[in-house]
Design a protein around this ligand. Structure first.
Ligand SMILES: [Zn+2]
Length: 376
C-alpha cells in the first residue's frame, strides 16, 4: 500500500517532500500564516500498518524554539482521543520519529490537538448551565466569532476573575486546561465551586486565537500577528481578537487575570508574574506569593523553582497580556506555562505532559481561586 500523508484538516500542518521509502519519510513544517514562526505540526499518516517508519522533519532546526526538540517526544493517536508518545530524536536540525503503526491510519502532532469542533462543543455545552452565558464579543480577522463565557450571577459587588487561553494557537494544552476549569465551574454539586461563585463572577475566553488554531499556526493569527505583543495598542485590523477582549475587560473590570500558555522549552509547569510592572507593590507581591503557595499545595504539578527569570523593577514589557492588564487594572495578573515535554518532577513516560494533566490543572485552579479570592 502506498504511504499517504495529509494535513488538509482543522489545525493540520505539514509539507510532504518525499514518502517513497517508509524508513526515510521526508517532511517539513509549514511556516505560520504571514510569519516565519514554525513549530506546530499535525498530520495523518496512512498506508503504513506494520511498517517500520522513520518520519523526518527536515526543517525542525528552523523552529521558533529549537531547544524545544531536546528530550521531546511527538504525540500520536489512532482515534484522535487517546494520544501517546512515540520515540523521537533531534540531531543536525532534523526531528526524527521512529514508529511502526498498528493501524493503517494514524495522526501525529506536536501535542494533543484541541479542534475547532471541540471548541464549539465546549462553549455551546457550557451555555446549558443556568449560571453561564455565551456571547460573541467581536470577530476574528477571518470573521469567526470570539466566544466569551460569563459564569456566576453577575452581581457587580463580587470579585471579577478573568481567565483567557490560547493566544498562541499551537499551545493546545491551554484549551484543555480551560475544559477542566469550565467543567468544574459548572458542576453544581462541587462545594468549592459553590463557595467561589458566592464571592466571584468568572469571565472566560477559552480560545483567543481561533483563526490561528484552525490554520495550524504555532504563534500568530491570520494576519501573522503575535497576539501576546498587542496588549498596549491592539488594532481592529491586525489584532481584533485582543482589541475586543480588552474592550470587554474595560467594560466589566478585573480583580484577577490568568493568561494560559504552553512553553516549548522547559519541562515544568510554572507561572510568569508582574514583578516588573510600574505599579508592582507589596500587596501584589503578597498576592503573587499566596497564589503560588496555594496552587502548589493543591496541585503539585505547579512549582516555582524553574521558570523564566523575573523582570527587574520597571522592566516589564507592557505589550504582553498579563503585564499590561496587571498595570491597567492594578490586580494580580499572571501567565501560566505548561510543558510540551513533561513535568520532569512528576514524569509520565507513556503520555508525557498530556491533555488529561492539563484538564486536572484547570480543575485545580478553582480551589486556588477560592483560597485567595477574599484577598484580591
Ligand atoms: Zn504562549
Amino acid at each position: 500500500m502506498k504511504i499517504n500523508i495529509t494535513s488538509t484538516f482543522d489545525a493540520g500542518n505539514i509539507e510532504v517532500i518525499n514518502t517513497d521509502k517508509p524508513e526515510n519519510i521526508q517532511l517539513k513544517i509549514r511556516k505560520d500564516t504571514h510569519s516565519d514562526f514554525l513549530q506546530w505540526f499535525h498530520f495523518r499518516l496512512q498506508g503504513a500498518k506494520d511498517q517500520a517508519c522513520k518520519l523526518n522533519l527536515l526543517n525542525a532546526g528552523e523552529a521558533a524554539y529549537p531547544e524545544g526538540w531536546e528530550n521531546y517526544q511527538a504525540r500520536a493517536s489512532y482515534d484522535r482521543e487517546t494520544w501517546f508518545q512515540i520515540p523521537t530524536t533531534y540531531a543536525n536540525g532534523v526531528l526524527s520519529m521512529e514508529f511502526t503503526p498498528e493501524n493503517n491510519s494514524v495522526f501525529i502532532a506536536y501535542f494533543a490537538p484541541f479542534s475547532y469542533e471541540q471548541h464549539l462543543d465546549l462553549v455551546n455545552n457550557a451555555q446549558h448551565s443556568p449560571i453561564c452565558s455565551l456571547e460573541c464579543i467581536g470577530q476574528t480577522v477571518q470573521g469567526r466569532p470570539i466566544d466569551f463565557l460569563r459564569i456566576g450571577n453577575g452581581d457587580d459587588t463580587k470579585k471579577k476573575l478573568w481567565v483567557i487561553a490560547r493566544q498562541h494557537p499551537g499551545e493546545s494544552m491551554a484549551e484543555w486546561f480551560m475544559l477542566g476549569l469550565i467543567s468544574r465551574l459548572l458542576d453544581d454539586e462541587d462545594s468549592t465551586t459553590i463557595n467561589l461563585l458566592e464571592k466571584a463572577n468568572l469571565y472566560l475566553v477559552p480560545n483567543m486565537n481561533i483563526d490561528g488554531s484552525i490554520l495550524g499556526n504555532l504563534r500568530v493569527n491570520a494576519k501573522g500577528v503575535n497576539l501576546n505583543r498587542e496588549w498596549a495598542n491592539p488594532s481592529i485590523d491586525n489584532s481584533p481578537e485582543v482589541f475586543y477582549v480588552k474592550e470587554k475587560m474595560k467594560e466589566i473590570g478585573m480583580d484577577f487575570n490568568l493568561d494560559v500558555h504552553g512553553d516549548e522549552g522547559l519541562p515544568y509547569v510554572f507561572i510568569s508574574g508582574i514583578e516588573g510592572i510600574p505599579s508592582f507593590n507589596q500587596k501584589l507581591s503578597q498576592l503573587t506569593d499566596s497564589f503560588m503557595k496555594n496552587w502548589k499545595s493543591i496541585n503539585p504539578d505547579i512549582q516555582d523553582e524553574h521558570g523564566y527569570p523575573k523582570n527587574e523593577p520597571g522592566a516589564a514589557n507592557l505589550n504582553i497580556c498579563s503585564k499590561n492588564l496587571g498595570e491597567e487594572f492594578k490586580c494580580l495578573s499572571q501567565t501560566l506555562e505548561m510543558p510540551f515535554k513533561q513535568n520532569d518532577n512528576i514524569p509520565d513516560s507513556i503520555n508525557g505532559w498530556s491533555s488529561e494533566r492539563s484538564i486536572k490543572l484547570g480543575e485545580s485552579l478553582v480551589s486556588t481561586l477560592l483560597a485567595i479570592v477574599d484577598d484580591l
